[in-house]
Design a protein around this ligand. Structure first.
Ligand code: UD1
Length: 428
């Protein structure tokens, strides 16, 4: 298993491009199953989760061609399999995203249940309930969701909890259903909007994406399109926190500030000067130590749970006491014991982590436990004194495109130490 060796202390400076969004690219790739004509996608990030999705689609019989410059071309052709096997689903829970498209287009899907994962139980009941309400017959047998349907019927779907991939699965299914579907209490995440924009480019009739009520008027078929995936707001936010923690000045290019309001607000509260441009964000910390901030994670447009570990790292070295309240996932503080090994002063009470900033963290060997927790550990390493060795970097590779190259280009002391390949576990 690869490790990252990080020599902390350098203030990050320079410009870095954001990659395409993982959480937008995954549903969009799944949605290509709905298309009857060729689809060309641009700005696909180079990540392990994307490779897993391409493998999943390829095994089903989809015809995929990788292009230079992060493009993927998908040619429509009949599938030979309608299954997402356990061996792939266990490494990437987002494989559940093929359920809606397979059922809507082919009337059948056998998708392995994702099971538990490191950050919590993460059920898929909302996906199943919604598809049942649209007329699908769904059973669970031998660890697989076995779903069958004639043509799905439009329905009014009220989601108990705001679920991002749940909304996306039902949105994709509704595009080819007969009649109108209304998804209430829908997720408002920008990635849902990106998926809706892609589906609309294919010919879907969708209104209200980005609000909590999405209307879909089902159509008989979807065509093809060329589409560019939105930038990754979590990767962007991670680079901004890295600059803030090291007292540096970093511009993230090819990104979008409009979907980072909550994060930018907290960084300003921490003392950062931030300038926003049409497609770039510049953070200048002018060598100052950040101030601790209070964070409360909640569905978009509130503060994203996927940035909680990074702000935990920031609070570790900030001036004052900050609290992090995690309301989305029940076990998302696994970075805390590792940060404590680096000298962080953090106390956990239920779903709240209370962090008293210390002047400096000290380097230690630490273990990545899930995707965003690993990002928090890398950031801690950048601000610590000494050499931090982050183990199990495969978690990071699921969601960060060339992270060590991008950070090194900003002046960070970071390098990958290759190891033997190891087993994978599921994270967001
Ligand atoms: C997505 C993101 C992940 C992010 C999360 C929350 C992708 C590929 N992943 O994950 O990075 O951390 O949103 O912003 O986009 N829930 C249920 N029943 C369900 C589905 C969800 O109870 O059927 C609960 C979950 O346990 C959780 C909450 O709803 O407490 C939100 O989860 P959800 O939005 O579904 O997360 P994901 O879509 O898996």
């Amino acid at each position: 298993m690869d490790k990252l060796l990080i020599t902390g202390g350098a203030a990050l400076r320079g410009q870095v491009p954001a990659s395409g969004s993982k959480n937008a690219a995954l549903p969009i790739l799944a949605a290509t199953l709905l298309a009857d004509a060729p689809v060309t996608l641009g700005n696909i990030p180079h990540l392990r989760d994307i490779t897993t999705t391409l493998e999943l689609l390829g095994r089903m019989g989809a015809c995929l061609t990788l292009q230079d410059d992060m493009g993927v071309e998908v040619q429509p052709r009949p599938l030979k399999s309608f299954a997402a096997p356990y061996e792939l689903v266990k490494t990437m829970r987002a494989s559940i995203l093929v359920l809606g498209p397979l059922l809507a287009r082919y009337g059948r899907a056998d998708v392995s249940l994702p099971g538990g994962c490191a950050i919590g139980a993460r059920p898929v009941n909302l996906h199943i309930q919604g598809l049942r309400a649209m007329g699908a017959e769904i059973g669970v047998e031998a660890g697989y969701i076995r779903a069958r349907a004639q043509r799905l019927r439009g329905a009014r779907l009220v989601m108990d909890t705001v679920s991002v991939t749940g909304t996306e699965n039902l949105l994709m299914a509704a595009t080819l259903a007969e009649g109108e579907t209304l998804i209430e209490n829908a997720a408002r995440e920008p990635e849902v909007v990106d998926l809706a924009d892609f589906l609309s480019a294919l010919g879907a009739r969708i209104e209200g994406a980005g609000t909590d009520r999405i209307h879909v008027q089902g159509v008989d078929g979807l065509g093809g399109a060329s589409y560019r995936v939105m930038p990754d707001r979590i990767e962007t936010g991670t680079f901004l926190v890295a600059a803030a923690m090291t007292g540096g000045r970093v511009t993230v290019r090819q990104t979008r500030a409009d979907c980072l309001d909550a994060v930018i607000h907290k960084l300003r509260e921490a003392g950062a000067e931030i300038d926003v441009d049409a497609n770039s964000i510049t953070l200048d910390m002018q060598g100052r130590r950040p101030r601790a901030v209070d964070i409360h994670t909640a569905p978009y447009p509130a503060f994203p749970t996927d940035m909680q570990a990074q702000f935990c790292a920031l609070n570790c070295i900030a001036e004052g006491v900050g609290t992090l309240t995690e309301t989305i996932f029940e076990n998302r503080f696994m970075h805390v014991p590792e940060l404590q090994r680096m000298g962080a002063d953090i106390r956990i009470e239920g779903n709240v982590a209370i962090c008293r900033g210390v002047e400096r963290l000290t380097a230690a060997p630490v273990m990545a436990t899930d995707l965003r927790a690993s990002a928090g550990l890398v950031l801690a390493g950048l601000a610590a004194s000494g050499d931090t060795l982050v183990d199990r970097v495969y978690h990071l590779d699921r969601g960060y495109d060339s992270i060590e190259e991008k950070l090194a280009a900003l002046g960070a002391g970071i390098r990958r130490i290759p190891g033997r390949s190891g087993s994978l576990t599921t994270t967001p």
